[in-house]
Design a protein around this ligand. Structure first.
Ligand SMILES: NC(=O)c1ccc[n+]([C@@H]2O[C@H](COP(=O)([O-])OP(=O)(O)OC[C@H]3O[C@@H](n4cnc5c(N)ncnc54)[C@H](OP(=O)(O)O)[C@@H]3O)[C@@H](O)[C@H]2O)c1
Length: 316
């Protein structure tokens, strides 16, 4: 069925973007996958891109590839930051604040997924919740004033996976000590990221700050997200999906986050991504936002729990 959303039959594509000269985008986990492709798409339109990556050699290779495509004058750089380590997030954010005077969008893209066995971060969090939610929660808080001064936006990259788990936050055992399950825990971490975004929208609305927050997902995209840390069943089902042609390119997977970082005419209390079969691929537009994501009590509680966990109080 043809897409009937705001961007018509083709959905949103980077053709919608005119020029991004003078704009600066900060993006986590950009040395590979959709983050790398989002960086490419933004650079292609003349933007400055600052990557927040944990691995220096992968980052050097990524920057080398981008400079060979866009020339040595391409404005792309990286700062080392490990989302799994709160002290590294604080250090990376401090560097951003000293080196990047203006942030048009902070794209929360980096993630780990379907880690086979429970692992804890150095700060004691289950690793998927720690990297995907707590790391970004702290980073956004530390950079919020700069984003506000820039009248910029925050883009949260979630996943259709937020629907496959409990459809709720397991507040009584956030580390899943008693019932660890790789997919359900990944699902919870992506749900937590969305809940953070919608709660942040509420707080911004009350304080009337000029910051926008958007949520998207990349569909099913051919990236390195499912790797050796996932169990055999997950790796096998992913490789079958890819062989069946059900996963799109990483570049197409980057469209929703680039759209949310650049497009003017979007709704905030919404969820954007590919709208084709099972939202795996297809025209990028507005997808259905499920009501369990907007449970007010859970949003408020998760915010309070997260502030305490990362020892950071937002000024909102
Ligand atoms: N691909 C899909 O089908 C799919 C589906 C739904 C949602 N998503 C979402 O799309 C986003 C991008 O993922 P992707 O598919 O492009 O996977 P990817 O190729 O594995 O990219 C993930 C990026 O996150 C980085 N990262 C992981 N842990 C990190 C940490 N502790 N600190 C900093 N960076 C870290 C990775 O860096 P390293 O290279 O150093 O590991 C990598 O650059 C994620 O939010 C993911 O949840 C993807």
């Amino acid at each position: 069925m043809a897409n009937t959303g705001q961007f018509g039959a083709t959905g949103w594509t980077p053709k919608q973007i005119d020029s991004l000269k003078g704009k600066t985008y900060v993006i986590t986990g950009a040395n590979s996958g959709t983050g790398f492709q989002a960086s490419r798409l933004l650079l292609a339109k003349g933007a400055r891109v600052v990557m927040l990556n944990r691995n220096t050699s992968k980052s050097d290779i990524a920057i080398g590839q981008l400079k060979s495509e866009f020339g040595d004058t391409a404005q792309v750089s990286y700062i080392v930051m490990d989302l799994a380590v709160l002290s590294s997030v604080r250090h990376g954010a401090a560097q951003i604040l000293s080196l990047v005077p203006h942030i048009d969008a902070l794209i929360c893209n980096g993630a780990i997924a379907q880690i086979a066995k429970q692992q804890l971060t150095v700060d004691g969090f289950e690793s998927q919740l720690g990297v995907n939610h707590y790391g970004h929660f702290l980073l956004c808080g530390l950079l919020f004033d700069r984003i506000e001064q820039s009248q910029g936006r925050i883009v949260v990259v979630s996943s259709e996976g937020h629907k496959i788990g409990l459809r709720a936050i397991q507040f009584n055992d956030l580390n899943w000590d008693n019932n660890y399950h790789p997919n359900k825990v990944y699902s919870q971490s992506k749900l937590a990221q969305m809940m953070f975004a919608y709660e942040l929208q509420k707080k911004i609305a009350v304080s009337k700050k000029p910051v926008k927050v958007y949520v998207c997902h990349p569909g099913a995209s051919k990236t390195s997200l499912i790797r050796s840390s996932a169990n055999i069943a997950t790796r096998l089902s992913w490789s079958i999906m890819v062989k069946l042609g059900l996963a799109q390119s990483a570049e197409k997977g980057a469209y929703p986050e680039v759209m949310c970082a650049t497009e003017e005419n979007l709704k905030q209390r919404a969820y954007y991504g590919p709208t084709g079969m099972m939202n795996f691929s297809g025209p990028v537009d507005e997808c259905k936002l499920e009501s369990f994501v907007l449970d007010d009590d859970a949003l408020t509680k998760l915010w309070a729990v997260s502030e305490q966990a990362v020892a950071f109080n937002w000024s909102l």
